[in-house]
Write a new protein. Structure first.
Length: 410
């Protein structure tokens, strides 16, 4: 895990040199297929991608002096494992990001074979953005634009923060953002998915397996598009975790990955944060639910760390009071709060853990109570996280009665 953090920091420093590029829409590649494109190999010879018909392709732009360069080892492991089943990895070195692919293609190839023993095809150096970009990457970007970094991953969050400092609208175009962006292409030439350099290789491998199994890459269910393995549990709660630090100062963070664990327990996936620091000295916390009214502040506490932003809570405009049953803050701007105690930390490491919390009590602002005296969720305007488009959606109206409506079919 320390190695991963080191790679992330190196990549973050490199981001500062990123320049804006031209955008490409799908219209610029209308009528084309990937098999209409030719590229040059490492000897300068033309290679038609139609030579790869029937193969599953993983196409990647690489660099030899990047924090992500050790991904060569992971790519070679995938190639060795799946090449006999029909996988081809096509490697295109690119020097556009921090000039991290210097030298000739022969020097790059020698470096990669000496250090990572790669056996997959390596092609001539190219540009992936801008006026001189390779037609291959123009096509790939037209089929799969930039969908954002995973902000629940520390490396993804760091890349997003650094790129946004450079260009507040960097995520509005399909350009390649950094070295080791990858595209998965089906056996029949469709660009299935795009992966950013921070995406986990395990997720890519699962998609490769799916693509290899499906010989024709046609959907088994008519009119339904396949997206492979994705953590799309919809809806996902937007949980605001409240803690006190060792000096009694309140802190809050946004945790999108969490849910019910048992009848009186919840589980939350936590990476290393000020919140995990606080839970080392105090094993009590609160969990509240973000609303449409508080969406901006709720998102803010998810993208800013309490470790380096001392006035984080003040900037939200939220007010807090001590919870009646646990040593943790209640954010009075949020309608529903769970008072919790740490019951277990699963897979604990320096990068985080799965937090299992015992629910001690539930608090609800009286103005959000229904006629029967219980919380009225419709009144609260609670929001959920859409992991597909990275947006927040407000819960709507009641549409039925649980444990009741289904009886109509008995």
């Amino acid at each position: 895990m320390k190695r991963i953090m080191t790679l992330c920091l190196v990549a973050t420093l490199c981001v500062l040199t990123l320049s804006a590029q031209e955008t490409c829409g799908k219209s610029c590649c209308a009528g084309k297929t990937i098999y209409d494109i030719s590229v040059k190999d490492d000897a300068g010879r033309d290679v038609s991608l139609s030579d790869y018909k029937g193969k599953v392709l993983l196409i990647v732009n690489t660099a030899t002096r990047c924090g992500f360069t050790p991904q060569y080892k992971e790519l070679e492991a995938l190639y060795e494992k799946y090449q006999q089943q029909g996988l081809e990895i096509l490697d295109f070195p690119c020097n556009q990001f921090g000039q991290q692919a210097p030298g000739t293609i022969q020097e790059i190839h020698e470096f990669c074979t000496a250090n990572f023993d790669i056996r997959f095809p390596q092609f001539d150096k190219i540009d992936v953005n801008g006026p001189g970009e390779s037609p291959l990457f123009t096509y790939l970007k037209s089929q799969q634009g930039f969908a954002g970094f995973d902000l629940n991953d520390q490396r993804g969050k760091m890349m997003d923060q650094m790129l946004r400092k450079r260009d507040a609208d960097y995520d509005k175009n399909p350009d390649i953002k950094w070295n080791f962006t990858k595209f998965l292409v089906s056996r029949d030439g469709r660009v299935l998915k795009r992966y950013e350099p921070t995406d986990q290789v395990a997720a890519i491998e699962a998609d490769i397996q799916t693509a290899l199994i499906n010989k024709s890459n046609t959907n088994t269910v008519e009119s339904m598009k396949s997206f492979g393995s994705k953590p799309w549990i919809i809806p996902q709660p937007v949980l605001i975790i409240g803690t006190y630090d060792k000096d009694g100062k309140p802190n809050a963070m946004n945790a999108a990955w969490g849910g019910q664990w048992d009848m009186h327990e919840i589980v939350i996936s936590l990476s290393s944060h000020a919140t995990t620091d606080n839970l080392k000295v105090n094993n009590e916390f609160t969990v509240a639910f973000a609303t449409a009214e508080t969406e901006v502040a709720a998102d803010y506490v998810g993208i800013v760390s309490g470790r380096n932003t001392p006035d984080k809570m003040a900037r939200t405009g939220w007010t807090t009071k001590k919870a009646p049953n646990v040593n943790a803050p209640v954010i009075t701007n949020l309608p529903l709060t769970l008072e919790c105690r740490v019951k277990q930390k699963i897979d604990e490491s320096e990068t985080g853990y799965y937090l299992v919390g015992e629910i001690v009590n539930v608090l609800c602002d009286e103005k959000y109570l229904a006629a029967d005296g219980n919380p009225d969720v419709e009144k609260m305007g609670i929001i959920t996280y859409d992991p597909v488009h990275h947006t927040y959606i407000q819960l709507g109206k009641t549409v039925g009665k649980a444990f009741s409506d289904g009886k109509q079919l008995k």
